[in-house]
Design a protein around this ligand. Structure first.
Ligand code: UD1
Length: 419
């Protein structure tokens, strides 16, 4: 099992490039199932989750070609299977994104239920209810969602709560439905907007992306298209927090400040000087210790749940008492126990982690439990004095491209251990 060794305690300085967004590229890859022409996706990050999605599409007969750069050509013309097996869905919940497209384009799909998940129960009932409202015949059997429909019909769907992949699945399904679909209480995440733009470029007619009401006029067919994925706002923000937590100065290039407002505000509250241009963001702590902040997660445009673990690490070394309240997922504080091993003072009260900042963390062996939790452990390791060894680092490879190279480029002492 691969581990990361970090010798922390030194301020990070320099520039790093943001990769394409994991949470945009996965639905965009699934969207290829809505056409029979090739989709040419660029700015694709090299991530474990992208490989899993490639394997999943490949197992259905879709032809995928990658090149030296960051492009993938997805040719769904040769699809012959409409099933997402448990082995893949359990390693990546986003596999559920093939359900809507398969049903809309091919009239059938068999997708495993995701099952247990490290960050709460995370059901997919809203995906299923929405597709049923569009006329799909759906039943659950032996852990699989079996769905069928001759042609989906436009429907008026009011989502009970804001769900990102749920919105994406239903939006994709609606593009080929007969008539108009209205999705209310839709997710407004930038990745939902990116998917909508890709679908529109394939010939879909989606209005309202980025608001909480989507109006989708169904069309008879979609075509292939070239599409460039937007930058990863969570990866961007993780590198910015790395600058803040180590009291250094980090500039992230090829990114988008306009989709990170809630996070940048919190970095400023933490005492960072934040400068932005059209496609870059720089955080400068000017050698100062960060101040603790109060963070409450909620759907976009509020503070993202995918950044709370990193801010909890920041609060752990900050001056004063900070709180991180998680309202999107249950059970998303597994990193707390590991941060305690580095010397953090954190108490959990319900869905809030209250921390009293310590002036210094000290390195220790710790264990990654999920993707964003592992990012917070890397950040804490970078701030901690001495050696931190993070086990189960495969979690981080799901969502962070070339993490050691990127951090090394900022002056961090970090390397991968193989055993
Ligand atoms: C997506 C992101 C993930 C992010 C999350 C919240 C992808 C691939 N993943 O996950 O990184 O942390 O959004 O921003 O884009 N829920 C239900 N029933 C459903 C669907 C969701 O009860 O049918 C609940 C979930 O349990 C959770 C909340 O809704 O409490 C939000 O989850 P959701 O937005 O669906 O998360 P994902 O789309 O899985």
């Amino acid at each position: 099992m691969k581990k990361l060794l970090i010798n922390g305690g030194i301020p990070l300085h320099g520039e790093v490039r943001a990769s394409g967004a994991k949470n945009a590229v996965l639905p965009i890859m699934a969207a290829a199932l809505l056409t029979d022409e090739p989709l040419l996706v660029s700015n694709v990050p090299r991530l474990r989750d992208v490989t899993t999605m490639m394997e999943l599409l490949g197992s259905m007969g879709v032809a995928l070609t990658t090149d030296e750069t960051d492009n993938i050509r997805i040719d769904p013309g040769s699809i012959h299977d409409y099933r997402a097996p448990y082995e893949m869905v359990k390693t990546m919940r986003a596999s559920i994104l093939v359900l809507g497209p398969l049903l809309a384009r091919h009239g059938r799909a068999e997708v495993s239920l995701p099952g247990g998940c490290a960050i709460g129960s995370r059901p997919v009932n809203l995906h299923i209810q929405g597709l049923a409202a569009m006329g799909a015949d759906i039943h659950l059997e032996q852990g699989y969602i079996h769905a069928q429909a001759k042609r989906l019909k436009g429907a008026h769907i009011v989502l009970e709560l804001v769900t990102v992949t749920g919105t994406e699945n239903l939006m994709m399904a609606a593009t080929l439905a007969e008539g108009a679909t209205i999705i209310e209480n839709a997710a407004r995440e930038p990745e939902v907007v990116d998917l909508a733009e890709c679908l529109n470029s394939m010939g879909a007619r989606i209005g309202g992306a980025g608001t909480d009401t989507l109006v989708i006029e169904g069309v008879d067919r979609l075509t292939g298209t070239p599409y460039r994925v937007l930058p990863d706002r969570i990866e961007t923000a993780t590198y910015l927090v790395a600058g803040a937590i180590t009291r250094g100065r980090v500039k992230v290039k090829e990114t988008r400040p306009d989709i990170l407002e809630a996070v940048l505000l919190k970095l400023e509250e933490a005492g960072a000087q934040v400068n932005t241009g059209t496609d870059w963001i720089e955080v400068d702590m000017q050698g100062r210790r960060p101040r603790a902040v109060q963070v409450r997660t909620a759907p976009y445009p509020a503070f993202p749940t995918d950044m709370q673990a990193q801010f909890l690490a920041l609060n752990a070394v900050a001056e004063g008492t900070g709180t991180v309240t998680e309202t999107v997922f249950e059970n998303r504080f597994m990193h707390v126990q590991e941060l305690l091993r580095l010397g953090a003072h954190i108490q959990l009260e319900g869905n809030t982690a209250i921390s009293t900042g310590v002036s210094e963390l000290t390195g220790a062996p710790i264990m990654a439990t999920d993707l964003r939790a592992s990012a917070s452990l890397v950040l804490a390791g970078l701030a901690a004095k001495g050696d931190t060894i993070i086990d189960r680092i495969y979690h981080i490879d799901r969502g962070y491209e070339q993490i050691e190279e990127k951090f090394s480029g900022l002056g961090a002492r970090i390397r991968r251990l193989r055993d």
